[in-house]
Design a protein around this ligand. Structure first.
Ligand code: NAD
Length: 352
């Protein structure tokens, strides 16, 4: 299966996302694979057996979000200069979203920009991070605040890599996949309800649909001036949950799952979605091992933290809400009391 990307507003960039067995890849240029020790140990041998290049090097960086910073970028750049990569060289991002975001960023600035391809190895990076061309690193002011929009030459998604992925990481990717279905495609949601994705074929089908939906969004709005913001469904709440739990208790996708449940309740209060629909969404999240409960200790504090979000412009909180299953509504005019009413229901060990 292939999904075409066509960005008309960005010099008509075109490339393909391929969901299939990793093909043999031949390059005439120098190639550097950027990976980490976890992924290298499990899968580098397979990748190397597929690549032919006259000059191939491997740059290994430490594993973890805490290394997603400018220091690591400097290390990668130093490695590339030592290995004398030139403007025709190519980088391969081989790992999860952390590797993908940092490799993309490095490719966008090395000698003013060189080519790169994505070979994502987590579910989250296959359905989300590798699609759309956002690159970047964190700093002490926040996550992904330094970065570029920079598209790869190609994305190769091979679900075989996911066999070694820890269950929690897999579930975290499922949250983003379910998010796409709730926002944009009720048939896809029905499919996810019917099929628990245990076969390779249905997993590939689900990934392809999710990628297709994200590509459709990105093709319309690469730089997040409009519809791309809809991908933040659940995230307004998730960012506060992550902040309150100091990024330790939940994986991002887990916080997004709880955030989706909170957004759903807000949507229900605004009569945009039925009780039955929000129950169906929660059931699907739970079936994929995702948390849906969170105890808010201080409602006022939680509410005020919405304003830390870089997407809450002009002191208005932007909520991305499901409008039934398969449709959305973006609102920044919701009365404080209605939002706090929703938060209240999560303050008494989730009394609903
Ligand atoms: N660019 C975007 O549009 C975008 C979108 C969403 C998320 N992100 C970014 O992606 C990052 C999160 O990505 P992630 O969830 O993939 O995390 P990650 O890259 O940290 O990977 C999670 C863990 O799984 C390990 N791993 C990777 N592949 C494996 C495999 N096949 N088997 C076993 N272990 C494996 C990794 O080494 C790591 O320890 C965040 O930094 C986030 O900001 C970017």
């Amino acid at each position: 299966m292939t999904v075409p990307i066509h960005l008309e507003n960005s010099n008509s960039i075109e490339y393909v996302i391929r969901i299939d067995k990793l093909p043999n890849l031949h390059f005439n240029s120098k190639v550097a694979i950027i990976t980490n020790p976890t992924v290298a140990k499990l899968h580098l041998e397979k990748l190397l057996s597929k690549i032919k290049s006259k000059d191939l090097s491997i740059v290994t960086i430490p594993d973890g979000e805490e290394y997603k910073n400018l220091n690591t970028i400097v290390n990668i750049l130093d490695n590339l200069f030592e290995k004398k990569l030139d403007r025709k060289s190519l980088l391969i991002a081989f790992g999860g979203g952390v590797i993908g975001d940092m490799t993309g960023f490095t490719a966008s600035i090395y000698q003013r920009g060189i080519d790169f391809i994505q070979i994502p190895t987590t579910l989250l990076s296959q359905v989300d991070a590798s699609v759309g061309g956002k690159t970047g690193v964190n700093n002490r002011f926040g996550k992904n605040l330094i970065g570029t929009f920079y598209q790869p030459q190609a994305v190769y998604i091979d679900t075989d890599f996911l066999k070694t992925l820890p269950t929690r990481e897999f579930s975290a990717g499922m949250a983003e996949l379910i998010k796409m279905a709730v926002m944009f495609d009720s048939n896809f949601f029905n499919f996810l309800e019917r099929d628990n994705l245990t076969s390779k074929k249905s997993l590939e089908k689900a990934i392809a649909r999710s990628v297709e939906l994200k590509a459709w969004v990105v093709n319309q709005d690469e730089k997040e001036a409009g519809v791309r913001a809809v991908l933040n469904y659940g995230h307004t709440f998730a960012h506060v949950i992550e902040n309150e739990t100091k990024y330790k208790k939940f994986l991002h996708g887990e916080a997004v799952a709880i955030g989706m449940v909170m957004a759903n309740l807000l949507s229900y209060k605004l009569k945009l979605i039925s009780l039955n629909e929000i129950k169906r969404i929660e059931k699907l999240l739970i079936r994929h091992g995702l948390p849906t409960k969170y105890k808010i200790e201080d409602i006022e504090l939680f509410y005020n933290k919405f304003f830390l979000d870089k997407k809450s412009a002009n002191n208005k909180i932007k909520f991305i809400l499901p409008k039934g299953i398969g449709n959305y509504e973006v609102r920044d005019d919701i009365d404080r009391n209605i939002v706090q009413d929703v938060l209240k229901q999560f303050s008494e060990v989730y009394k609903r």
